[in-house]
Design a protein around this ligand. Structure first.
Ligand SMILES: CCOC(=O)CCc1ccc(S(N)(=O)=O)cc1
Ligand SMILES: [Zn+2]
Length: 268
């Protein structure tokens, strides 16, 4: 198949628009959050963001070749309120990180990068049949973004890290036996920024309402090192990427211009 997209010089973010023209669109993510531009919006304050997750519904963890991803049975989950119309259901969650902890988040805040960024991906179950369909519509998806900074070991994320050795190569997946509660990975204070954007990986569909929490959550250096031990190629195949022996040491997309999009905030 054509050289699969990735994060190396040869197939990285600056090459994506060749095969995925939407990547050159005007509603792309991530962006730099220029906090001075954010407008506080009373309508956001009046409808608090509310979520319900079912930890037992976290099913499998897979090495997508671009990182780890925990797939969830959407039933029983819901996300409502804030900027959202209708009900969104959790589909999966995953993370982006860098080769060292001075970079790795996808969104930046006043130009500052964080060590990593957790994404909880939801789809509009009020209007669409499933995530795949929803991904094709401007109001189809919502991603809750959590900035991760170096600090204490994160007990909930440790449940993911314990499974990484069994999905070391691309395509490998394993059952999640010990329930992971996505709600426990969210920050204590629920202030957030929100804007209309896209998937941060190809095909970069412009179908995401982004909700990025202001308060970072801590993760340890050892946990970040575990993320970087994933490989981007299949077991038994040689390494196609020119990354140091195919280790997924960095999988974040650099920021794109916010352009004329509105950036709203809720909470201080
Ligand atoms: C099942 C349908 O779901 C999809 O096709 C979207 C996959 C997908 C969802 C979210 C993101 S991110 N980094 O913008 O949070 C990337 C890719
Ligand atoms: Zn993501």
């Amino acid at each position: 198949s054509a050289a699969e997209w990735g994060y190396t010089k040869r197939n990285g973010p600056f090459t994506w628009a060749k095969n995925y023209p939407t990547a050159a669109g005007i509603r792309q993510s991530p962006v730099d959050i220029d906090t001075a531009l954010a407008t506080s919006d009373s309508s956001l304050e009046s409808k608090p963001l509310r979520w319900k997750y079912v930890p037992q519904n976290t099913r499998t963890i897979v090495n997508s070749g671009h990182g780890w991803r925990v797939d969830v049975d959407s039933e029983g989950s819901e996300l409502v309120g804030g900027p959202l119309e209708g009900t969104y259901k959790l589909q999966q969650f995953h993370c982006h990180w860098g080769s060292s902890s001075d970079k790795g988040s996808e969104h930046t805040v006043d130009g500052q990068s964080y060590a990593a960024e957790l994404h909880l991906v939801h789809w509009n179950s009020s209007k669409y049949a499933d995530c795949g369909e929803a991904a094709d519509y401007p109001d189809g998806l919502t991603v809750l973004g959590v900035l991760l900074k170096v600090g204490a070991k994160n007990p909930e994320l440790q449940k993911v890290i314990d499974l990484i050795p069994s999905i070391s190569h691309r395509g490998e997946k394993t059952e999640v036996k010990e329930a992971i509660d996505p709600a426990k990975m969210l920050p204590k204070t629920l202030s957030y920024w929100t804007y209309l954007g896209s998937l941060t990986v190809p095909p970069c569909n412009e179908s995401v309402t982004w909700i990025l929490f202001k308060e970072p959550v801590e993760v340890s250096e050892e946990q970040l090192a575990a993320f970087r031990s994933l490989r981007c190629y299949k077991r038994g195949e040689e390494c196609p990427c020119d990354e140091v022996d195919g280790l997924l040491i960095s999988n974040y997309r650099p920021t794109l211009p916010l352009g004329t999009r509105e950036l709203r905030e809720c909470g201080s």
